[in-house]
Design a protein around this ligand. Structure first.
Ligand code: PEP
Ligand code: MG
Length: 920
């Protein structure tokens, strides 16, 4: 006996047996549509009788170029069964059976493969149908659709001759719309279309229904390897060897009078997620009429008045389907002469808001588990829910209207609308004093631009990449930001920017979409969501935390974490820390202390400290800074009561705190030319000091721990401020867990030089204040050498935090400030790199170094605390990597904390119970 290639919808149990009980394999064998129809049939849902030719048959056909042995006979036998069930006969003019022939692969490939409707109509059966239906217009319309579809889909004739044929006819008749066509008109068109087939193919449109079926089956098989389908599979990573199934389904018609109809519906509201059916239907209509919007549809609930029994049955069935699939369903149905038929059911597409609500509701209804609910929402959907978004429709209209301006790197998500200003002071002034919504536009930003960024609704730069200053700061503060839009020419002198002749002058409105990287001229309406109002999202995230906090999520050696990841936040100021707490962070993973030095009152003291000629002058300036820093840390500890706070000691090169060299030089030259003496000597001194600090490669220069070793007074002051604040807080009853982080370490000896000095200060302060609390000293791992020598470094470092911005920069040798602008985008486009490594961790290189560092570090210190504080800490794929290699936590900007909480739970569930290092 030959292999079974054809399954009736009623034979799903057999298919399941063949597939060893795996539903996934049944989907593979019968395709998504076929398995869905069969499954509905089994559940007692009225599905028009039919059968499925398997994907295995398709693959066999692809390999040999002909139907596999026995397949066609099985198809004919299955057709007999359908005839018996329906009481109709294929090709019988007295009572003809009509069928559709539909493709259906395991994964939905919408519109990529072929479908033919109304097979079985011929000149003879059409006349029979007219007698049965008394509706010649409907029959001729159906027949001309078959001839046209058969011609184009099955026989490969281009669409144009058919379209032209119809167009000419309508012109001759003076018609504008298809609805004006009468039965006789369609009858004439059938002849025209049949002539086209004859002309193109040299043979007649087949009047033998079985020939129609055979050729249609072949066409669907062939469409699996059609260009459209192949391109789609490439783009969506669907394997080529899956093949498509072919579904032969009895045609049912909703346009057979007022006891017929057709509609589509979602079992819950796909836009809000509300647990209420949402759908529409039309009496006496065909499926396309509902979708095409030619006639005004009725809400599905109105069916309860017109056809109460059908309505109740429909509600029953859809409830059953939702419970069966444990998912919101998108269904298509037809009522033929008072009988309801379900034509399709599939998981419905939905908005982010609806996805969260439906998942939480279904878990509360005990339809699915909390884990399943968490898995049903993607981190991207959470992201969408947290940032103001542009109204998509309005954006499309803007695009059509030609106001699109430029595209850059989508550095910080959300929508921002404001007036463009080309420097930080002006942006801040217009925002604060003139209450304008501003967008700060710069070629790139520097630390002393932060006040302008914070005051603005959005930030746009023409240079820099995903980890540029603008990007990092914008993400930290949740400001929508597009960076590296290098088509924009910014003219700071003339206060305008330009792209191919389109000019935006200072003060003009622009709209910046940080989610997509697009920039538009003018205002596009936005919608702003709030986390605390999103009750379901808050619930879902609490479940995500519970999942991560479950012991045994990771199997690991002693000392390593066995729960999932914690989520901490990068926060510099108490108000950021408070926000981080509100968003669910359970620690601060990075406080960049230098940001505090830029505040207006402090910067002059910092500059005086830098320019000090003697150590005692420097100490005097630092003593002035100490109370400020103490206050900063005090606020952080208070906000994070009971949770760890990692404070990083000063990191950037000192020149960043000094005035701009070029600007100062201009001032000096102008003063000299104008003969202005007053203040000139001081400016000249300052200029020469700045020039003295010049480095060719400042990012690889005197910064991080190197700066601390050259000028220990600064970090000594910082450690004193940390411990004084921690002691004061302890005395006020706050639980502090300070962790002092030394940046940019490359060798153990650097730590050996600096750490004991700092620890001495810590102990001194605790002695002075007579308090005791636990603390840690640790380091960032952001130089490859530190990762490679992690076993050594861990002798002193009590914790590691991966600074993956620098680690990526130094591992690849790509400048984090310039790479995106210059070549990285091309690298990704050309697939030289799979992703931007500054956004998603490069597992093979940077990730390997991280992995090694964790393993080696914990060989020396088994309970070593490991985290990440680079920008990757908020990226779902990178978070998964941190889970796999055994991090304790990830730290990201407060605004990304909810996304990271969900991504951490996803990682925990995906790798549940797997030993760390086993699935790398
Ligand atoms: C890093 O390098 O990843 C990091 C967090 O430090 P910064 O971005 O401040 O250099
Ligand atoms: Mg760094």
């Amino acid at each position: 006996m030959s292999k079974k290639w054809v399954y009736l919808f009623g034979e799903v149990a057999e298919a399941e047996k063949y597939c060893g009980g795996s539903w996934d394999k049944v989907r593979g064998l019968l395709g998504g549509k076929g398995s869905g129809l069969a499954d509905m049939t089994r559940a007692g849902v009225p599905v028009p009788p039919g059968f499925t030719v398997t994907t295995e048959a398709c693959n066999a056909y692809s390999a040999s170029g002909k139907f596999p042995e026995g397949m066609w006979d099985q198809e004919l036998a299955a057709l007999k069964e359908v005839e018996n069930e329906t009481g109709k006969k294929f090709g019988d003019p007295a009572n003809p059976l009509l069928v559709s022939c539909r493709s259906g692969a395991k994964f939905s490939m919408p519109g990529m493969m072929d479908t033919v409707l109304n097979l079985g109509l011929t000149d003879k059966t059409a006349e029979g149908m007219i007698k049965l239906t008394n509706n010649p217009r409907f029959v001729y319309d159906s027949y001309r659709r078959l001839v046209e579809m058969f011609g184009s889909v099955v026989l490969g004739i281009p669409d144009e001759p058919f379209e032209e044929g119809l167009k000419d006819y309508k012109e001759r008749k003076g018609y504008k719309l298809d609805t004006e066509m009468t039965a006789e008109d369609w009858k004439a068109i059938i002849v025209t279309f049949q002539d086209i087939i004859k002309k193109y193919k040299g043979f007649d449109f087949p009047q033998a229904p079985l020939k129609q079926l055979e050729l249609a089956t072949l066409a669907v098989f062939n469409s699996w390897n059609g260009k459209r389908a192949v391109d789609y599979r490439r783009a969506t990573n669907i394997p080529d060897d899956l093949g498509t199934a072919v579904n032969i389904v009895t045609m049912v018609f909703g346009n057979m009078g007022n006891d017929s109809g057709t509609g589509v519906a979602f079992t819950r509201n796909p836009s809000t997620g509300d647990r209420k059916m949402m759908g529409e239907y039309l009496l006496n209509a065909q499926g396309e009429d509902v979708v095409a919007g030619i006639r005004n549809t009725d809400p599905v609930e109105n069916m309860s008045k017109v056809m109460p029994e059908v309505y109740n049955q429909f509600m029953d069935i859809t409830n059953k389907l939702e419970r069966h699939y444990q998912e919101m369903q998108d269904v298509e149905f037809t009522i033929e002469r008072g009988k309801l038929w379900m034509l399709q059911t599939r998981n419905g597409k939905r908005t982010a808001k609806a996805a969260v609500k439906i998942a939480v509701d279904m878990a509360n209804e005990k339809l699915i588990s909390k884990e399943e609910a968490v898995l049903r929402v993607t981190p991207e959907q959470v992201d969408t829910l947290l940032h103001p978004q542009f109204d998509e429709k309005a954006k499309k209209e803007a695009e059509k209207a030609g106001t699109f301006f430029a595209k850059g790197v989508n550095a910080s998500p959300g929508a921002a609308v404001g007036q463009a200003y080309f420097d930080a002071d002006k942006a801040e002034k217009m925002a604060k004093e003139h209450k304008q919504d501003t967008i700060m536009v710069r070629p790139f930003t520097k630390p002393d631009d932060v006040h302008g960024m914070i005051a603005s609704k959005g930030v746009l730069t023409s240079e820099g990449g995903a980890t540029s200053h603008a990007a990092v700061v914008a993400r930290q503060f949740g400001i929508p930001c597009v960076v590296g839009a290098n088509v924009i020419k910014i003219d700071l002198e003339k206060r305008k920017m330009e792209v191919n002749g389109k000019v935006v002058k200072e003060g003009e409105w622009i709209s910046v979409d940080g989610t997509t990287g697009q920039v538009f001229i003018g205002k596009i309406p936005t919608m702003a969501p709030k986390l605390e109002e999103q009750v379901e999202l808050m619930t879902l995230l609490t479940w995500a935390d519970e999942i991560c906090a479950t012991p045994g999520m990771r199997k690991a050696p002693k000392g390593w974490p066995t729960t999932g990841l914690q989520v901490w936040a990068n926060a510099d100021y108490p108000k950021d820390a408070q926000r981080a707490r509100t968003y669910g962070a359970v620690g601060i993973g990075l406080c960049r202390t230098e940001h505090m030095f830029f505040e207006q009152v402090r910067l002059p003291i910092v500059q005086r400290m830098i320019l000090s000629k003697t150590s005692s002058d420097r100490t005097a300036a630092l003593n002035e800074l100490l109370p400020y820093q103490r206050k900063d840390f005090d606020g952080l500890f208070e906000a994070m009561n009971g949770y760890p706070v990692i404070i990083r000691l000063i990191d950037p090169p000192l020149h960043e705190f000094m005035p701009d060299e070029e600007k100062l030089f201009e001032e000096v030259v102008t003063m000299r030319v104008l003969g202005k003496k007053e203040g000139l000597a001081e400016k000249e001194d300052l200029l020469s000091a700045i020039r003295g600090m010049h480095e060719s490669n400042p990012m690889m220069g005197m910064r991080g721990v190197r700066l601390s070793i050259s000028m220990p007074e600064i970090v000594e002051m910082q450690v004193r401020a940390i411990f004084e604040a921690a002691a004061d807080c302890t005395l006020r009853g706050i639980v502090v867990k300070p962790e002092v982080m030394i940046p940019l370490t490359g060798t153990l000896s650097e730590l050996e030089w600096i750490q004991p000095r700092l620890e001495r200060i810590a102990k001194t302060v605790m002695g002075e204040k007579k308090v005791n609390f636990s603390y840690k000293f640790g380091t960032m791992i952001e130089i490859p050498r530190a990762a490679v020598t992690a076993a050594e470094i861990a002798k002193l470092a009590e914790f590691f935090s991966f600074g993956t911005n620098d680690l990526t920069q130094m591992t690849f040798g790509y400048s984090r400030d310039d790479a995106e602008r210059n070549f990285l985008i091309t690298y990704v486009e050309q697939k030289i790199l799979p992703k931007n490594p500054f956004q998603t961790i490069d597992r093979d290189g940077v990730g390997k170094l991280m992995d090694m560092a964790v393993i080696d570090g914990r060989k020396t210190r088994p309970n070593l605390e490991v985290g990440i504080c680079g920008e990757h800490g908020g990226d779902p794929e990178s978070i998964e990597w941190c889970h796999i290699i055994g991090n304790n936590y990830v730290s990201c900007s407060p605004f990304r904390v909810p996304i990271a909480r969900l991504a951490a739970a996803h990682s925990a569930l995906k790798h549940k119970g797997i030993g760390i290092a086993e699935d790398k």
